[in-house]
Write a protein of this length. Sequence first.
Length: 80
Amino acid sequence: MSTPTTPDHGTLLEERTDYRLDEGDHERFSHYVPKDKLMEAMVEGTPVRALCGKLWVPSRDPQRFPVCPQCKEIYESLNE
């Protein structure tokens, strides 16, 4: 899906939404991390590691994204 936009300086740009799933899809999901680590990371801006292995600094509202399938699978296997 493409939407043409015009920035203030008059140059025409094209924004694209990429729906392909590949190794970079970690950014499209909410991940499971220990709550104490998540709060610390959000307050201090430090990286945190999710159950799936993703290392990142949380900064977005996790409610806006689907749950990472790998994190969910690992979490459910730990609670069986």
